[in-house]
Design a protein around this ligand. Sequence first.
Ligand SMILES: NC(=O)c1ccc[n+]([C@@H]2O[C@H](COP(=O)([O-])OP(=O)(O)OC[C@H]3O[C@@H](n4cnc5c(N)ncnc54)[C@H](OP(=O)(O)O)[C@@H]3O)[C@@H](O)[C@H]2O)c1
Length: 382
Amino acid sequence: MDKLRIGIYGATGSVGLEAIESLVNHPWFEIAHLYASERSAGKTYKNACSLDTSSLPENISEMIVEPMNMDKIPEDIDVAFFALSEDIAKEYELKYAHKFAKRLPVITTSSALRMQEKVPLIITEVNADEHLKLAEDYRKEFNSKGAPFPQCNCTTVPFAFALKPLLETVGVEVAFMSSYQSISGSGAKALKKWEEERLNEKGLPKPFQYKSIVKDPEVVYEGNVRPIGVKDSKDEEGKVILETLKILGKYKEGSIIPASFTVDCMCNRVPTFRGHYEHIRVKPVKPCSTEDVIEIYKDFNKRCKALYGDLPSSPEEHLIILDRQPQTRFDVTLGDGMSIVLGEIEVKNGWIKLRALSDNLKKGAAKGSIQLIEYLYKIGFI
Ligand SMILES: NC(=O)c1ccc[n+]([C@@H]2O[C@H](COP(=O)([O-])OP(=O)(O)OC[C@H]3O[C@@H](n4cnc5c(N)ncnc54)[C@H](OP(=O)(O)O)[C@@H]3O)[C@@H](O)[C@H]2O)c1
């Protein structure tokens, strides 16, 4: 079988590297081209990427990074994978992604296309069936061979995953979430900055001493809890709210009608390397017990296994329910970063409470995107 050839744009960033790692020895796909900025173009991948590339085989780490030429879609790729930094993605994807989609599926991890009306927003296990109808419409309406497939925000992934089984069974009236998001969620430059801060701290991080309130504090990761979202559709919290409702919405006559429950969140960056941790509270429509909720999640996991368990990037367990509190350091790699980890599930005073953890770079971005490409390939969309 000829493997599908994937071109990665933004290959030298955190998500790009993770996508490459997910494609090493992939049974169905192979890497055709690695693209990045002029800064990286012409260098070998290992010299261009500022992150740890030591796990890559030589044939990949020695690949030459190419400059992006968006005016020309390479003829030898079957899928375009965009992992460009947000500002660049806004500039390029809004202009070129639909042009690319005329010929091939376009996967993108940026937010540029997520909320476009004709564009699906898929987390494979959560809503592939519902949102693929929109992709089929897209093909017909724009006479395209592909379609754009933006991936949702990495913070939305565990939240939407945790809500879906509840929505289908006991219903959701209100859902709240607070996040504790790792530095890697902010990209390669943030990781470098955090590393420098840690080297400079020499010991435990101390509070900064100011005599009066600082109006606009600088960006500091080490020793800090940094709120990262206002409720603006362009910022983390606004994105999570809108995306969650779109993902859990229903297809009707050519568009997705967003889910209609009340949703809110508060997002924070914390000095952890990898993994987005969330506290979730849900007011269900129908009363239920802790045991009911655990059963609902177990059933959902069984369904995920039956429908998507055969995809090469799927984990053994799509949802892992711990009988203790999840911890980022210990649990983020469960299921090779592709499982959503839930813990301390409890129903109290009519509210469902739980903790959720997911790998922002794997399930929340790169490998979750590869899993979606696998699904599209399996069902014959590609
Ligand atoms: N990090 C996460 O956990 C995560 C999760 C979900 C979604 N996302 C989204 O995924 C995207 C990538 O995130 P990231 O964390 O991987 O970002 P990143 O580490 O900052 O990487 C950005 C990539 O974009 C490339 N780039 C920047 N300017 C360019 C230009 N002018 N022309 C061509 N390429 C250019 C960079 O190439 P150079 O190295 O050559 O500069 C690099 O390959 C973002 O839109 C982000 O919001 C990230």
